[in-house]
Design a protein around this ligand. Sequence first.
Ligand code: SAH
Length: 218
Amino acid sequence: MNIRHSGIGMTSERTRLRMVERLRAQGIRDEVVLAALAAVPRHIFVDEALASRAYEDISLPIGFGQTISNPFIVARMLELARSGRDLAKALEIGTGCGYQAALLGKLAREVYSLERVAPLVSRARVTLRELRIHNVKLKHGDGSLGLPEIAPFDAIIVAAAATHMPQALLEQLAAGGRMVFPKGARDQRLCLVERGAQGFTETVLDPVNFVPLLPGTR
Ligand code: SAH
């Protein structure tokens, strides 16, 4: 057994369940989301030197100037995107270490996640394979373009901030679909876009702090 899976000390299941209880106390209500957070070992997605801090309510560096969001914001985005529904197809923009994608894999039958930084894609792929998560497909590419060949999506989660929502992503939202994204540059707010029969409605929610959505790939 891999030492990272051994479940001792600060990376044990008990530590993870304490994180879930904290999220519940902070207002996360969706039991399916909470169960996913209880099941996916967050410490496996970060550098071993940081593993002991993986279940704290903080964001952590994942290399290439990027961060994995704190557990609350991850849970909040998943809860908003799911809205109590079973999802068939979901899309994430900004795979990073793959943690949120892995969670989304517990909420949706099929998940696609796009990342612009190639080495992050390779690393996340290894982690997901190690955890035997097979319904999450990672792709190297500019997430602003989405995946027209796979669309429409019941849920889209954007894990990087932009001042304007890329039009391509709106078009790839299924009827009744929900998209969650951090809007803004310095003063960011989490936004929820719903695609209803009459078109799109946008709701502005919590203040957040995400890395920017950047064009192109590297
Ligand atoms: N959800 C991630 C956290 C992502 S941090 C996790 O669980 O770890 C935001 C990620 O978005 C970074 O990895 C960054 O490289 C990526 N990103 C930024 N702009 C992007 C774009 N246009 N297309 C795809 N990924 C992008």
